[in-house]
Design a binder for this molecule. Structure first.
Ligand code: ZN
Ligand code: ZN
Length: 254
């Protein structure tokens, strides 16, 4: 088995055992041996110090596969559309719907493929090639606290691929009351920096506008959609860079 060769090792020094599956509970990942939490891909201070060049290099290194796959899917899609367009008996109105449903079918196929591939141990696969730090939480303390799950689900959207945690003690046992976050471990309170929220909103708006043009280019039959992936790449790169440069939290009194 190829996987057994590169098992992940628990970062907790008194455990340090290799594992090939994890415990996932209320949005937190735990080592299956010592049952202590693992901070998967936390926001590292190195990232904040990076120049745009360094950041872009790192971004390409970690993300190129995703964009390459998307480009291949788009190429296959356009090839199929070309074939269909050559049957001139189909009227123009239905061509659009055929294109749209084809797109949906391809996406569904790809989705099922990746789900099948990762479903058995989805949360373990998400650990691969990401920095893992030792967390401060234990499974027993998280077990019955459903509020953590709700809070982390909300923070996940704001933190992209990075693991949200308390800026003071790195615990993930967070509760949310309106816009304030309460750490259950060190009892600090903090709010998300409004700048960070702005970046996420701008990013979302740009993605929606892009999607709008893609759907339109489908009906026009133009090849504008070929630009979609490269533009998406640039949008994601620049917004992630500004996201990294922005302070995430505003700490308040404990
Ligand atoms: Zn462990
Ligand atoms: Zn804390």
């Amino acid at each position: 088995m190829k996987h057994s060769l590169n098992k992940i090792i628990c970062p907790h020094s008194n455990c340090a055992k290799p594992f090939d599956k994890v415990i996932y509970h209320h949005g937190i990942v735990f080592c299956p041996h010592c049952q202590k939490s693992l901070l998967i891909n936390p926001f590292l201070p190195e990232l904040e110090k990076m120049t745009f060049r360094q950041f872009a290099r790192r971004f390409i290194k970690t993300q190129w596969k995703l964009y390459a796959d998307a480009m291949i899917i788009f190429a296959i899609f356009i090839a199929i559309v070309e074939v269909i367009a050559n049957f001139d008996k189909i009227n123009l109105g239905s061509v659009f719907w055929i294109k749209l449903s084809l797109m949906a079918l391809i996406l569904l196929g790809v989705g099922i493929y990746f789900m099948e591939k990762n479903l058995q141990n989805y949360h373990y696969y998400k650990l691969k090639n990401k920095p893992i730090l030792k967390g401060v939480d234990t499974y027993n303390l998280v077990k019955d606290d459903f509020e953590i799950s709700v809070t982390l689900e909300d923070l996940k959207v704001k933190f992209n691929t990075f693991a949200p945690c308390c800026p003071n003690c790195h615990s993930q046992r967070l509760h949310q009351k309106i816009d304030k976050f309460h750490c259950q471990n060190c009892h600090h309170q903090f709010i998300i920096s409004p700048k960070l929220n702005n970046i996420n909103t701008h990013h979302l708006v740009i993605i929606y506008v892009l999607m709008f043009f893609i759907i339109r280019s489908l009906s026009d039959g133009s090849y504008l959609m070929l630009l979609f992936i490269p533009i998406l790449f640039l949008v994601n790169l620049s917004s992630q860079y500004y996201w990294c440069k922005t302070p995430k939290w505003k700490l308040q009194s404990p």
